[in-house]
Design a protein around this ligand. Structure first.
Ligand code: IYR
Length: 223
């Protein structure tokens, strides 16, 4: 077995590599991009329920993300109970009213104008599922995590991709501060909410902001 600095052995298993030819690799990259480029942040949801199992598969996929020291410092709370969603909306709107009315700088509010957001968060009740994502910090039953934000951020990216390719719409919502979510989601203090993600089918008449993504030449530097 390979040696590590402490001298303790660590077990290994054979890799199960994805075997893809060079031609196929480009075709797959393009095909995946065609799926992913249609993902939009959606604020108008249909109340139609999400098929059983979709959220579970998405969470399993999220949990394949790499994480610092493989601590897997994430917890996903799927809220479907209408009364709990109502409480979540009420508490989030209280924070958002403060944000839009007082806390946000003029510069920040100007940056949000093209998105048309305000303190109203009806989607927190209307979407059939709201996934609250928590970072799990050191606690009685949890080890110290490393690169926590990075790890959970990657996991959320995979979660959004899984839900999108299953035909569901999502909204990456970030109420601030988020402490109220521990109470509503019945989570201990070592868990800290970092995303609130309404999930569901888009409303039939859903519209989204007319915004563009940067061109490859603006974001890719080749050296
Ligand atoms: N959390 C607020 C404000 C907000 C902030 C950013 I940065 C956005 O991209 C969108 C909204 C809200 O959810 O309305």
């Amino acid at each position: 077995m390979p040696a590590v600095p402490s001298g303790r052995p660590y077990p290994t298993v054979p890799l199960r590599p994805m075997v893809v030819t060079a031609d196929e690799a480009v075709a797959r990259g393009r095909a995946f991009h065609e799926v992913m480029e249609r993902r939009r942040t959606v604020r108008d949801f249909s109340p139609e329920p999400v098929p059983d199992g979709v959220v579970e598969w998405a969470v399993r996929t999220a949990a394949t993300a790499p994480s610092g020291a493989n601590v897997q410092p994430w917890r996903f709370v799927a809220v479907t109970d209408p009364e709990r969603k109502r409480r979540l909306r009420e508490a989030a709107e209280t924070e958002e009213r403060e944000f839009y009315g007082r806390r946000a700088s003029a510069e920040w509010l100007r940056a949000l104008e093209p998105l048309g957001t305000d303190w109203h968060k009806p989607f927190l009740e209307r979407a059939p599922v709201v996934i609250v994502v928590f970072e799990v910090h050191k606690g009685p039953d949890s080890p110290r995590p490393y690169y926590t934000k990075e790890s959970v951020g990657i996991a959320v990216g995979l979660l959004l991709a899984s839900l999108h390719q299953a035909g569901l719409a999502t909204l990456t919502h970030t109420p601030s501060p988020m402490r109220f979510l521990n109470d509503i989601c019945e989570r201990p203090p070592e868990e800290r909410a970092s995303y609130v993600i309404p999930v569901g089918y888009p409303a039939p008449d859903a519209r989204v902001p007319d915004i563009r993504r940067k061109e490859l030449t603006e974001i890719l530097v080749r050296l």
